[in-house]
Design a protein around this ligand. Structure first.
Ligand SMILES: *Cc1c(COP(=O)(O)O)cnc(C)c1O
Length: 348
């Protein structure tokens, strides 16, 4: 007897990368700017007790930094937990989840896990998106949930706030705006949560705040949705150490402004250097640059230079995503890429 449930028999799980490289530009992890390297947990920390399930202190800090009311914030074990929670809360078997492709793969992975039907509209050829087409599709197929990653991973494309408002004004589906990279460019939609009964915004501490190891993300929505999703969420998923360190980190949250400026400058550098090499690179509102380059085994060749970036397959074969790293890392990446291209040309 086949015991595995039907929906996940063909599931391709999210692949994490365990390759060790000196220069790691594959996962968009920001740099740690908020915590001292020698941070220690206070003596007397109660490891034996369950964490505060309300994460009250952490919510306070997030609220202080973002200006969002604590009752509209639900923190969790990375925004990945929040993506799963939304689907878990709203999608029954065969319900439809709508998004664009390419986008963050966890929307379709969790859809499949919950036996929901993931439907996607292709991005335009230049990876911009057609919100009118998405809205029309939503009116046609009535999805339970619409996911928009804004700005988008892996393309870096930013949807204008007015277009998201257009979608919200023309659908009753739950609209999830995943703002994992919003700090790097664009207007957040977060202040609209009370205006709409169906808007959820997801944020993370993994990118601009440079704390991917902590596993800390949060959902922002109206009271009704936050209360509903809180009931679905397993207790204590946000561990006490993460809450404690998260609070400490957020006390220094003002530091992100300077860091973001630096990332934007370096992003511009990477983009311009790629363009100079006649590589098709895409304007990005994130902490990475997406580009197209046809070179056999490019990932392997870069790894020989000690550099790890992200490659794709299927429709995105020969597309790559390079995270914005430190100044010296970005320079080394560009130098190595130039050398690889030169060697290719010699061989032709
Ligand atoms: C990195 C990323 C996340 C995951 O964030 P965590 O809080 O680390 O789980 C969510 N959405 C997008 C689009 C991302 O790129």
């Amino acid at each position: 007897m086949e015991l595995t449930k039907k929906s996940i028999r063909s599931l391709k799980g999210y692949k994490t990368n365990n390759i060790q490289c000196r220069i790691k530009l594959d996962a968009n992890e920001g740099k740690n700017i908020l915590l001292e390297d020698d941070l220690v947990i206070d003596k007397g920390f109660s490891f034996n007790l369950y964490p505060d399930n309300e994460a009250a202190a952490l919510r306070e800090e997030i609220s202080r930094f973002t200006g969002i009311k604590t009752s509209n914030i639900l923190p969790g074990n990375g925004s990945s937990e929040m993506i799963e929670l939304v689907i878990k809360t709203y999608a029954d078997k065969n319900d439809v989840i709508l998004s664009f492709t390419p986008t963050f793969s966890m929307y379709s992975i969790f859809s499949q896990v919950y036996a929901a039907k993931f439907v996607s509209i292709k991005c335009n050829e230049n990876f911009s998106v057609d919100i009118k087409a998405l809205t029309a599709k939503a009116q046609e197929i009535n999805p339970k949930v619409i996911f928009l990653c804004n700005p988008n991973n892996p393309t870096g494309y930013l949807i204008d706030k007015s277009e998201i408002l257009y979608l919200l004004d023309n659908t009753d589906s739950i609209v999830v705006i995943d703002e994992a990279y919003i700090e790097f460019g664009g207007d957040s939609i977060v202040n609209e949560i009370s205006e709409y009964k169906n808007l959820i915004v997801l944020r993370t501490m993994s990118k601009a705040f440079g704390l991917a190891s902590l596993r800390l993300g949060y959902m922002v929505s109206n009271d009704k949705i936050i209360n509903l999703i809180s009931k679905v969420k397993a207790p204590y998923t946000l561990n006490a150490v993460t809450q404690y360190i998260g609070v400490r980190a957020l006390k220094n949250a003002d530091r992100v402004t300077a860091y973001i400026d630096e990332v934007k400058q370096q992003r511009e550098y990477l983009f311009n250097e790629l363009i100079k090499e006649n590589i098709k690179a895409y304007k990005s509102s994130c902490n990475f640059v997406f580009f197209y380059l046809k070179i056999n085994d490019l990932l392997k060749k870069l790894q020989d230079h000690g550099i790890l970036i992200r490659g794709f397959s299927g429709d995105l074969k020969d597309y790559y995503r390079v995270s914005v790293g430190y100044d010296w890392e970005n320079k080394k990446f560009i130098e190595s890429l130039k050398e690889i291209i030169k060697n290719e040309n010699c061989r032709d």
